[in-house]
Design a protein. Structure first.
Length: 177
């Protein structure tokens, strides 16, 4: 009888030790809206591409802003769109009204320069996403005069974007063979 009690005690202790290790910690869903502001004196169009194909564009007048969408995920994912089908922008071209462009490409780790890195957004704070609870939040990104000064002739940007898209399509072709 005493041996049965000892077995049951060890069984209870074993289960209580192992039970927490079986559960997977799931990050709470964060609802994040993305707003882009034009801080320049030029009209601009924010173009979103996937494998070299433009699928979204947003016009922004000087000193105005546009809401591009809202994501529901475990963390921020700029340029993720759900409609008409789920698409993930892998590059963005900012096209200014005087034929000057600035392009950004998402890196393989999901981040990228400036506009693809949510930590570069105007109101980002590390504490915001460290919270272990669902949140609803708006991230703001301002396209500045410094961005305009970095821009180049759109013809150069378009050639670069087309070559990147062509390379991506070729890689996909060989990968899927």
């Amino acid at each position: 009888m005493q041996q049965k009690i000892i077995k049951i005690l060890f069984l209870i202790i074993g289960i209580s030790v192992l039970a927490p290790s079986c559960s997977k910690r799931i990050e709470p869903i964060k609802t994040i809206t993305y707003v882009y502001k034009n801080g320049t004196a030029y009209d601009l169009v924010l173009e979103v591409y996937d494998n070299g194909v433009k699928f979204k564009s947003f016009s922004i007048s000087p000193n105005k802003e546009v809401e591009t969408g809202t994501t529901r995920a475990e963390g921020p994912v700029p340029f993720l769109f759900y409609e008409p089908t789920m698409k993930y922008g892998d590059s963005v071209v900012i096209r200014f009204s005087n034929n000057r462009c600035l392009s950004y490409k998402r890196l393989s780790n999901g981040f990228g320069p400036k506009i693809f890195d949510y930590r570069e957004y105007d109101n980002y704070t590390p504490r915001l996403f460290d919270q272990n609870k669902p949140i609803t939040y708006t991230l703001y990104y301002t396209i500045t005069v410094d961005d305009y000064n970095e821009s180049v002739d759109c013809e150069k940007t378009q050639r670069n974007l087309l070559s990147c898209g062509l390379i991506a399509r070729q890689q996909a072709f060989f990968y899927n063979r």
